[in-house]
Design a protein around this ligand. Structure first.
Ligand code: DX5
Ligand code: ZN
Length: 211
């Protein structure tokens, strides 16, 4: 399992310190949620915020763009230090072009779907991307409840892509349900409130111990 703690639930007054703790905890990635107030109702932070933490960590930066027409900003997010950029299938008229742009910058590309979006929306892009992100809450906020009805989508994508492909699941995952998400076929787990609302290192250990 790759664990990707979501920075959205961090205490931004001590971001550098908390990111160091994530690094020392054994979590491999850092999930970076960018929201524009249009694609989702909330606004989070932009490239300049995570550019400054790029200087203090070698964590793999897993950037989740919840923004309309993401192709407008791919270069900025690459320059800020992203390793993988995930766009939403619902957010652009031309996912193929956005994926190609990310790859042309030498970075990995992912495609995300909301809980009410069918897998048919991303099937045409599966052979172009490095990861699929299945949202298990409606994007916009941390701390929501996991939507169980997305589980068949995870299993379906795993069946199509084979055992090694990256399938990330994001939203409402805690130590109590992480094993069931892995059992559906996920291999990358995002967790925000479950990591940052308590002792970071103990919470990361709890997630790994649970699977
Ligand atoms: C939701 C974000 C998630 C969120 C997860 O819009 O994409 O990454 O931070 O937070 P938890 O784990 O608290 O549901
Ligand atoms: Zn996210």
């Amino acid at each position: 399992m790759i664990l990707s703690p979501s920075m959205l639930s961090a205490d931004f007054s001590m971001l550098g310190k908390q990111i160091k703790e994530i690094e020392e905890s054994g979590a491999q990635w850092l999930h970076i949620d960018v929201m524009d107030g249009i694609f989702v109702p909330n606004i989070s932070f932009g490239a300049c915020v995570y550019k400054s933490i790029r200087k203090v960590t070698n964590l793999f930066f897993d950037v989740h763009l919840m923004i309309t027409k993401p192709e407008r900003y791919i270069k900025d997010f690459v320059n800020a230090g992203a390793d993988l950029i995930t766009i939403h299938a619902e957010a652009t008229e031309n996912p193929e072009k956005a994926i190609a742009l990310i790859h042309s910058c030498g970075k990995k590309a992912g495609i995300a779907i909301n809980p009410d979006t069918s897998t048919s929306k991303i099937k045409p892009y599966l052979n172009m991307v490095d990861m699929v992100l299945v949202m298990s809450v409606f994007p916009g906020h941390g701390g929501q409840k996991y939507i169980e009805s997305v589980n068949p989508k995870i299993t379906e994508i795993r069946k199509i892509t084979g055992p090694d492909f990256l399938i990330e699941v994001d939203g409402g995952i805690k130590k109590e349900n992480v094993k069931s998400v892995i059992d559906c076929g996920a291999n990358v787990i995002v967790a925000g409130s479950a990591i940052f609302n308590d002792d970071i290192k103990a919470s990361v250990k709890g997630m790994f111990d649970a699977v």
